[in-house]
Design a binder for this molecule. Sequence first.
Ligand code: ADP
Ligand code: MG
Length: 235
Amino acid sequence: MIKLEKINKSFNNEIILKDISLEIDSSEIFGIVGLSGTGKSTLLKIMNGFLSPDTGLIYVDNILLSKDNKLDIVKKTATIFQEYNLLNNLNVIKNILLPLKVRGKINEDDILKARKLLEFINMSDFENSNIQTLSGGQKQRVAIARALITDPKIIFCDEPTSALDKENTNTILELLKNINNTFKTTIIIVSHDINVIKAITNKTAIITNGALEEIVTVKNKAINSLSYKEELLND
Ligand SMILES: Nc1ncnc2c1ncn2[C@@H]1O[C@H](COP(=O)(O)OP(=O)(O)O)[C@@H](O)[C@H]1O
Ligand SMILES: [Mg+2]
C-alpha cells in the first residue's frame, strides 16, 4: 500500500529523517512510535503528501508519488490530528461534509452518507450541535467521520488520542479498529504512547533520532522487546 525508499529530510541544515525505508501492507494498522521530536510527524507528513522529502521515493499502491499525480493520490487519503482541526463556525454535520464541499456541490446522498457516519460514530443526536459544546472524545469522533466521508483508502493519524483521557482513548482506538475491520481501510498511526501502539497496531516502526530502529510485529508479542523502552516512551 505504501512503500518508502531511503527517505531523507532536513530542516535548516539539521537532519530530521535519515534513510528511512519501510513497507506498509494494505488493510494493516501500522504504528510509528518514538520519543517527542524524533521525526514521527515529519515522516507522516511525507507519507500523506503534506511535505516532500529531500531525497527518497514514495510509492502508494505501487505508483511512484510525483508532482503530477500527488493531488490525485492524496485525495484517496485522510488525516486526523491530536487537535481535531474542526471548524468551530460550522455545526457537526457541516464539518463532516466539508471535504465533499471543497470538491463540489453537496447533494441529498451526501447528507444521507453523513448521517450514516454520524450513526457509525454513535453521535446521531449531535447532527446540528455546535462544535464548542462537544467533549474532546466527541470532537475526535466527528473528525473521524469527516475523514471517512470521502471513502479514503488510507487514514493517517497523528497522535489522535494524545489530548484524551483513558476512556475516550479507548473509544477512539475501538472506533479505528472497527473502521479497519468494516472498510478495510489502511490505518497509519503515530504515537509516543506505547500503550496506544500495543492496543491497536499489527506492526510498528520504532523511530529513534530520525532513523528507523526496528519494525516489530505486535501480534507475535515481539513488541515485548520494546519493554525496555517503555519508560522512555511514557511522557
Ligand atoms: N517545519 C519545520 N521547520 C523546522 N523544523 C521542524 C519543522 N517541523 C519539524 N521540525 C523539527 O523536526 C524535528 C522532528 O519533529 P517532528 O517530526 O514533529 O517530531 P515528533 O512528531 O516525533 O515529535 C523537531 O526537532 C522539530 O523541531
Ligand atoms: Mg509529532
